[in-house]
Ligand binder design. Sequence first.
Ligand code: UGA
Ligand code: MN
Length: 261
Amino acid sequence: MCRKTCRHWDPTLPVIYVITPTYARPVQKAELTRLSHTLMLVTNLHWIVVEDAVRKSSLVESLLMRTALNYTHLNAPTPDIHKRKASVRGVEQRNTAIKWLRNNKNSEVDNGVVYFADDDNSYTLEVFEEMRKTIEVSVWPVGLVGGLMVEKPLLNTTTGRVIGWNSAWRPDRPFPIDMAGFAVNLGHLLRHPKVEFLFNISGGFQESVFLQQLTTTERLEPKADNCTKVLVWHTRTESPKLTEENKLRKLGKQSDKGMEI
Ligand code: UGA
Ligand code: MN
């Protein structure tokens, strides 16, 4: 179940399966290092890292080996026909991880929750404890997304159920929520064998189309103190300017010769 080196493992608690698509770029190692250091502090966490690549890279492989995490390392390149569309980022990779769960986990015996954690967001430790006891689908606010400081579910204060959203960008979305703002019970996902992410979906509707297959607004389980707290931020990393590096590279004098950055 867990590698010997796993520091935080409690067989009585549900396992959190964190699915992270990732792709090669100058900041990749920095992003994955930062994320891995958060995940290493979470009990019962299984990290499924899926590279958007034809082959697994030694950069990701050795980073995973250095963590004390229980992990599965996969790769799945985004098909060429979909490559240039923004709304397909992570689709093939998340589906590959879902397939792995369907093939390796059993809805009758495996107690867990599935969370899609992009490699560039910022996560608190609390968000993982909030999602751990998800029965079907849980939701919570996400900071710095959708053109707002926070995009969040709105609750009926008497019933404590979700009745709407505060979203300003495409509020017509059935579930106007970012990928970082929900988790799905593992058994619930496995009991819906056809559910996956789809290509050919307009930008911002990826989460909605996925969630529509699994739940309804009324059934959602609000977390983070009735959706009053931000426990995850949709941060995006600026691409570094490498103008000098590119000049050096042409001369065969790149600064990272023999080094993994
Ligand atoms: C937003 C959402 O937060 C994402 O969950 C959603 O996938 C994305 O929009 C979209 O559908 O366009 P955003 O910050 O724009 O996120 O996307 P990225 O963080 O650039 O990419 C999402 C994930 O896919 C990341 O983990 C990234 O490493 C990965 N990715 C990105 C790839 O695997 N391949 C790529 O070519 C680009
Ligand atoms: Mn992102």
